[in-house]
Design a protein. Sequence first.
Length: 477
Amino acid sequence: MIHPSLNRYSIPLSIVMVLSHTYISSAQATEPQAAALSPLESQRPPRSGPTRSQEDYRFLDDPAKRTDPFDGLRYQRLSDTAWLQTGAELRYRADAADKPVFGLRGVKDDSYLMQRAQIHADLHLFDDSLRTFIQLENTRVFGKDLPSPSDQSRNEIHQAFIDGNLHYQSGKLTTRVGRQEMAYGNNVLVTYREIPNMRLSFDGVRMSWAGKNGYKLDAFSMKPLLVRPSGSFNDSSNHQQKFYGLYGTVPLSSVFKADLYAFGLETDQRKLDGFTGKEDRYTFGTRLFGAWNKFDWTWDLMKQTGHIANADIDAWGVSSDSGYTFAGPWKARLGFRVDAASGDKDGDHKAGSFDPMFPKNAFYGQASLTTLSNIILTGPTLRFSPFDKVRFEPGVFAAWRQNTDDGVYLPGMVAVPGTTTSKGKRLGTLYQTNVNWTPTSNITVDLDYLFYDIGSAIKNAGGSNSQIVVLRTSFRY
């Protein structure tokens, strides 16, 4: 029996039973495999992106492996069964945008500076049976004319959770309670949100099974944060929303793997596709991914149902990235992205706009001009390293509206002004590139450029071509 106080975090029982039965039955048929060596032994800290709570530095018990000048700070053995890990980051991001939001919000150019400072402590007790993690964050923005919700929240507790771990011969079961970051798969629907100034975290409960045979299963019930840009230590759970679900990984073979997932997002009051009222949105999907020889791929196939006000939700989405890595010192990878998501159709009394919920929009550049809704987008990407510590990653994408009855969407499911009534299918062509330089293991410099050559859908709404230059520098240990 579920205690009444836990009802607000409960996951629909039918979803749990269906996916859990499929997962457990398959997991029992696979033999355990040896765990891989930690990549932190060759590069630490890891590149920006994954949550810092994933880092495990117990290999530093060996004095011969303490080769980084910050190893004495990042890991301290307290006793035979206890240890402490610490870390920090200081990042500055400078943007210069021409025609932000295609010039449709009354600002011709916007130049500004953003700061993010983080520090964390990670205490493990009783041979990792009990763990507590806390991460403090300061985020500020200076001189921005068009602020966004992910710009700043002053001083805040970004993460604060307690883990209870049960270790078995076949794997580990973790129960995590508190404020925490989450990301799943290729970050199509749930991400850490690394590129914006504020990373994304949730309040709630998560149970995770990580099998030594490669099987994984997460069950969670969360509330997104209600961010307050002014004041400190005043962000809180958004009690108008509930986010819950299951996410499982099945290693079909050494080449092919599959993720199965089901998410629910409930919002007390929402306006979308001409409907206003309570929304219950359910997302069911699979991610097929793997690598063979020099090929790699990740394909997400998604379906959304539910209702908003008195209308049914009927939406779909596809996100895919496939590539080939060439032999040679440049480690060049040629990729091809195909993304598509439904838009709303007038007159059918259904809500047809796909909502990517908490996605990684950095797939489409740093200008925050594109998201996975009412869109068809395709194009090549290239990644190569002509020098040991320098990486280039250009890409070109052509984009169209999936349905001309619907608007053009920015991140957060905000319609570009005027596009809900504008004519034309073509969104335009996005030209983007990233240059990443890592002079030391602790310092990273990124230079990004994006030019959005607009098409008729935005031009007929009065928009103009848009471009942005972004410089990010970060120090991490």
